[in-house]
Design a protein around this ligand. Sequence first.
Ligand code: GAR
Length: 204
Amino acid sequence: MRVGVFVSGYGSNLQALLDAAAAGAPYEVAVVIANIADAPALDRARRAGVPAHVVDHRGRPRQDYEADLVQILREARVDLVCLAGFMRILSPWFVVQFPGRILNIHPALLPAFGGPGMYGLRVHEAVLAAGATQSGCTIHLVDERVDGGPIVAQATVSVLAGDTPATLAARVAEAEHRLYPVVVRAIAEGRLLPGLRAAVLAGG
Ligand code: GAR
C-alpha cells in the first residue's frame, strides 16, 4: 500500500509512519506534501529518501492548489492519504477524489474538542479548561465536515493534576505516534476498512 502524507509543521507523526515502514510495516510512504516551504517535516521525508513536495496554497484559487495535490498523489500512485498535522481544510471536491481513503489525526477524543479553530495547543487548552480527566487522539476519515468524519480509532491518555497544555500535548503526541502506524498497518493488511469499523485500539 502506497501512502501519501500531508504535513504543515514539525512532522513527528510523519516520522512515526516513516519509522514503522522502515521497520517492516507493510506500507510505503510514497510521497510527502507540505503547504509550508520550511516545514521541518520536509527534512524528515528527505532523510528517509521519500519525495517531498511543497504546494503553497497562498495567493491562488483553492481548486488550482488542490488540483496540484491530486496530480502529485496520482503520479505517486497513492492508495491512502494521511493528514499528519496538516493545517488546511480540504474541499469536498478533493475529498471525493479519494473516497474513504483520507485519514486525519486529531489530538483529542472527537467528537469533543474538534471543529474549526481547534488545532495544536488550543485543543489541549480547551481540554484543561473543561476539566476533562481524559484526553487522547482520534484518527478519523476525512469528509466534508471539519473533524467530523467517521472515527476509525482512538487512544486515550489521562489528564494529570498539574498538566499544562504543553505537558498534555506531549503525552497525547506519544499516543498519536503509537496509534497512526497501527491504523495504517491495519488498513494495509485489510484488517480495518476505513469508515466501516470503529475501534479503540489503545489506552493508558
Ligand atoms: C498533531 O498533534 C496533530 O494531531 C495535530 O497537529 C499535531 C502535528 O504534530 N493536528 C491538528 O491539530 C489538526 N486539527 P506533528 O507535525 O509533529 O505530527
